[in-house]
Design a protein around this ligand. Structure first.
Ligand code: GLC
Length: 448
């Protein structure tokens, strides 16, 4: 179908008047709206692919929310959601004196859980800096803790061979200009300089940093934060770093929160999620997810080409709540045996089953059975021939029969061999794809 110029203009909402105007520029040359991401050049695309390679392979990371709110133990938004005055809140800094090197336990836990990187709050909305800074005395190094907790964290992560990420909140409930910067240009200037100085310190004082994870940009927009200049500084100091999208620029990846939502093909994404309902330590929050839910979430992220950033909220002394330890150890027992199906996996098209979910690497399909049906497991609509099948944990071959519309794995134990999911690896003759409707359309109907 070819569209007339009039139709084209109509579709663009420019109407008939515009259609007859001889001076109107052709639509394709219209400048993009200021907020739209400029299309990256091939060189930029290649550079991004280089910087993000390890991250795409990693698939699983640990998020850590830790700060003065941990002392209160009532969620990291307590200061705002209980309207605690600044002067009353600040004194928490006298009680925040964690045991030395608490981060080593987190890093060990992360490693055993199969997490390949960590992202810690260097400053949350409360405004307290866990790093040493020349900009304020409201930081761990100059209060009760008397040391740079970001440095300890970086050393701990590196010590376990994990990549290092810094979460940094732009919004600040403590700084006098943190809210008035919205309406007062002099305040904005001071505050943006303050924030940029923090970012510069974080990018300068800790060696190589792998991820910069901005958060909440209230009350300014990208222009107000001077986000473009901020990112340029970041990349000039850390040429290999990746940055997220929460400083009101697209950055390198999208950050769906508390939900798993794939970005369009070609765009990186990371779902961040709590294990209960709180990011910061909340002593009474007992709404824990099961290890099975966490493993299934990890599989869903990997299937759709994303990452899973799973949070812990350590207590003020740095210890990790027992329930989080238990969950991560369980998850780790699974990821250790099934690492091949997660790390370095590719986007995976098959997704239909009542009791399994899928990941893929090349021509291998991993069928993760989370509700074990008994001695026979079946998969419908697979479009490629299966060459062999095995239990991923232990490698035992699994007998199978392939018919045009189904593959059946038989002779399996009545009880699930592995928890919280048993993974069957299917070597296929080509990229495994599933036709979701093949069964409905093509199964031979009998006569009534
Ligand atoms: C939100 C919350 C915050 C948490 C973050 C994690 O923006 O304000 O408390 O740090 O999400 O994604």
């Amino acid at each position: 179908m070819t569209l007339s110029r009039r139709d084209t203009l109509k579709r663009l909402g420019l109407g008939a008047a515009a259609a007859v105007s001889p001076v109107l520029a052709p639509p394709q040359s219209a400048p993009p709206p200021p907020s739209a991401a400029p299309t990256p050049s091939p060189a930029e695309t290649a550079d991004r692919a280089r910087r993000m390679k390890w991250w795409h392979e990693a698939k699983f990371g640990m998020f850590i929310h830790w700060g003065l709110y941990s002392v209160l133990g009532r969620h990291e938004w307590a200061m705002e959601n209980e309207a605690i005055p600044v002067a009353e809140y600040e004194v928490l800094a006298k009680r925040f004196n964690p045991k030395p090197n608490a981060a080593r336990d987190w890093a060990r836990l992360a490693k055993h859980a199969g997490q390949k990187y960590m992202v810690m709050t260097t400053k949350h909305h409360e405004g307290f800096c866990l790093f040493d800074t020349k900009t304020t005395s409201y930081c761990a190094a100059k209060r009760a803790a008397g040391r740079d907790l970001v440095r300890e964290y970086v050393e701990a992560a590196r010590g376990e061979g994990l990549r290092v990420g810094f979460y940094y909140s732009l919004m600040d409930w403590h700084h006098p200009d943190g809210a008035r910067c919205e309406k007062d240009e002099a305040a904005r200037r001071r505050f943006v300089d303050y924030i940029h100085t923090h970012v510069r310190e974080l990018m300068t004082n800790y060696g190589k940093v792998d991820v910069l994870w901005y958060d909440v940009a209230w009350p300014l927009d990208a222009e107000g934060w001077e986000s473009r200049r901020m990112n340029e500084m970041v990349f000039s100091l850390q040429p290999d770093i990746i940055v997220n999208n929460r400083n009101k620029l697209p950055g390198d990846f999208t950050t769906p929160e508390q939900r798993i939502e794939a970005a369009e093909e070609g765009r990186a994404w990371e779902a961040c999620m709590t294990m209960n309902g709180s990011w910061g330590y909340q002593a009474a929050d007992d709404d824990w997810k099961t290890p099975k839910t966490i493993v299934r979430n990890l599989i869903s992220c990997a299937r759709d080409g994303g990452n899973y950033l799973l949070n812990i909220g350590p207590r003020p002394d740095g210890s990790v709540p027992q329930e989080s330890v238990r969950i991560l150890e369980n998850v780790g027992a699974w990821t250790t045996k099934n690492a091949e199906a997660i790390h370095g996996s590719d986007r995976c098209q098959p997704r239909r089953s009542n009791y399994a979910s899928f990941t893929r690497k090349g021509n291998t399909l991993y069928m993760h059975v989370h509700f074990w049906p008994g001695d026979t497991v079946a998969l419908a609509g697979l479009l490629v021939p299966v060459k062999s099948a095995r239990l991923l944990a232990g490698g035992r071959p699994v007998p199978f029969m392939q018919e045009p519309l189904r593959v059946r794995f038989t002779g399996l134990p009545a009880q699930a061999p592995d928890q919280p999911a048993t993974t069957i690896a299917l070597e296929c003759e080509g990229e495994p794809r599933q036709d979701q409707l093949a069964v409905r359309r093509e199964k031979k109907r009998e006569q009534v």
